[in-house]
Design a protein around this ligand. Structure first.
Ligand code: UDP
Ligand code: MG
Length: 321
């Protein structure tokens, strides 16, 4: 595949008036270089998705788009959230591009690895993850909580790429496959690996946000992490069942202990029976909640209506030239 690629870059923006001019300047510069190297073609675009910003973000996007043919804009009617804005952007461009890269507006992710991503795409990768090498520009708090989050996700059985946020390249067919995921609780980092297809990583050092403030305060971050877990894992439900089983075992031990104490005459009236009942009822209740949870877990999987399979290739199906 030596042809130059029709690349779309999708940038979700929420109240990013301070960074947009610089971001677009750097991206346009990179676009020029890549066009000269015949890596991307003239139809390639940078698409800013305004996620219902309250500041001048849309005005700036509008002006930029009028000044540069490479820049396009999409304005969402309200603040749909980072993940939805990103997904919306990808879905809007998927029929026009060969591949699309999603990246934040604040240039924390190094745009200089974009050519490498495109080269990997040309080599046949459908998904190229941008992975952070170091995070020393993040605050200590953000770093530790992030590591804890990735570890926790792994423990819960969710397959996500370590130190990868939403900076990635996806081929058109990968985006097409992603569009079959009909869930409303978006957690793209967990969904993209489910698409399958050949993937690869590029590594970069994460920069500091060069202007403006993080749009992910602690509250949003926690709810994002919680969303990630509850949208992908029914392990918490299993934990209730496991805990119920443990309490049942303890109930048996306590029953034996209470009986021995009673036979030895060390107990007051009613103590042994109360002791046995409390542990027994506690265990049975927890187990029952866990059991109901299993059914709810099944329903949760059903209502997501995720695709049951995604085809990677056909051979000799009569349709291929
Ligand atoms: N963002 C968005 N909608 C939101 C919050 C954030 O589109 O409701 C965008 C934001 O403009 C930025 C990206 O998502 O381009 C990541 O946000 P930010 O850089 O503030 O997060 P952090 O890097 O601090 O995790
Ligand atoms: Mg950022």
């Amino acid at each position: 595949m030596n042809k130059s690629v029709n690349l779309y870059i999708v940038v979700p923006c929420y109240n990013e008036e301070e960074v947009l001019n610089e971001t677009s300047r750097q991206m346009l510069e990179l676009f020029d270089k890549m066009k000269k190297a015949e890596l991307i073609n003239n139809k390639s675009r940078i698409v800013f998705v305004d996620d219902g910003s309250k500041d001048r973000t849309w005005n700036i996007i509008d002006t930029l788009a009028r000044e540069h043919t490479e820049i396009a804009g999409i304005k969402l009617a309200h603040n749909a959230g980072h993940q939805n804005a990103l997904f919306g952007g990808l879905m809007t461009v998927k029929d026009q591009c060969d591949c699309a890269i999603s990246i934040d507006a604040d240039l924390q992710d190094d745009i200089n690895v974009i050519p490498e991503m495109v080269r990997k795409y040309k080599d046949g990768c459908d998904v190229v993850y941008g992975v952070r090498n170091r995070r020393d520009t993040d605050t200590f708090f953000k770093r530790t909580t992030a590591v804890m989050f990735y570890k926790l996700m792994r423990v819960m059985g969710v397959n996500i790429v370590f130190n990868h946020a939403d900076y990635r390249l996806m081929s058109r067919r990968a985006i097409e496959a992603l569009s079959e995921f009909e869930e409303r609780n978006m957690f793209l980092r967990g969904m993209v690996p489910l698409v399958g297809y050949r993937s690869s990583c590029v590594y970069y050092d994460r920069n500091e946000r060069f202007a403006g403030e993080s749009k992910y305060p602690l509250k949003k971050m926690l709810s994002f992490a919680f969303d990630g877990i509850t949208s992908f894992s029914i392990s918490p439900i299993r934990m209730i069942s496991a805990f119920g089983a443990i309490v049942c075992v303890i109930a048996v031990v306590m029953a034996v202990y209470a009986l021995i104490e009673k036979l030895l005459g060390n107990t007051g009236a009613g103590w042994a029976s109360l002791m046995m009942s409390i542990w027994f009822i506690g265990g049975v209740q927890l187990l029952s909640v866990g059991l109901i949870g299993e059914y709810i877990g099944k329903m949760y999987k059903e209502v997501k209506r995720r695709p049951r399979f995604i085809v990677e290739a056909y051979v000799n199906d009569g349709d291929e030239s």
